[in-house]
Design a protein around this ligand. Sequence first.
Ligand SMILES: [Zn+2]
Length: 340
Amino acid sequence: MTCMIKILSRKTRLLGGTVTSCRSFHAEIVRPDSRGLPIVHHRKYVCDLPPNHRFPMGKFPRVLQSLLQDQVITETQVWVPEIASKDLLGCVHTEEYLNNFISGKINEQEQRRTGFPWSEGIVRRCRYETGGTVLAAEVALQRGLACSTAGGTHHAFPSFGSGFCLLNDLAVAAKLLMDNSSPKRKVLVVDLDVHQGDGTAFIFKEEPCVFTFSVHCGKNFPLRKQQSDLDVSLEDGLEDKQYLSTVEAHLPSLLETFRPDLVLYDAGVDPHHEDELGRLRLTDQGLYQRDLYVLKTVVSRGVPVAAVIGGGYLRDIDKLAVRHSIVHRAATQVWKECGM
Ligand SMILES: [Zn+2]
């Protein structure tokens, strides 16, 4: 295994800073009746696509179904996000892009780049998904840990969408929660989707309060990588053990040096050996161990963490949905073990 590591010391030198509470996007986020792990979900995370479209859109409601059916969670744990307003999205995306995206003025070439034909439904689903990631981050600050059942659209740039990503939910959440505290909160984005988080890296390349950490397959999409604060580029075919030791080699030191006030975790399941777009060879057990390790390592240091599901591509939607629910299952174990 070879790892290509680029680290910018600029951000790791930033220490200190205390957290103060401030304005939230979601005005009503206290749910005293819910004591379990917060799960953020909206039924509008999903929309119609043309028949045989490659993107497994049907997975979103089934992630929640799988957690409820297996009694991992109950309905009382489900938090419902608001739709992300244009103002909120404007903290990351350009006004021109948002106007065109919302009103459908996206030409064919731009649509091809995103992988989706434009529709009102897809605009709505992306805006709810972004609202969901923001809510998960806000609730994580209150409760220590929260997970959405969507999110992780890390290929979206300020002025264009790309690779099935139209709005960068991670960037919007990071920006909002960084800015609505004085001094600014420091946010660490841990992106373990098999593809590089190029949009997020680009958005925060000059922002010292957000550290982007991406572990991805080097030969995979996007062809042209951006520079994250820490990129770990993996060779094709990597298996559980080497993958886990790579994550273990970096995460603790990042937490010690950058000292984030919040972690956003993209738990993409596309490093799995069955994934249609991944090139690694992880198993379901390996993904569970990975998620457990990340969440425990962050939570045990008293740092709040919000997780999103990231990418996963498989024709068998039910199997894929259960795979995406691994992060919620691992989070449930951490929630119980840590007495949260
Ligand atoms: Zn991916």
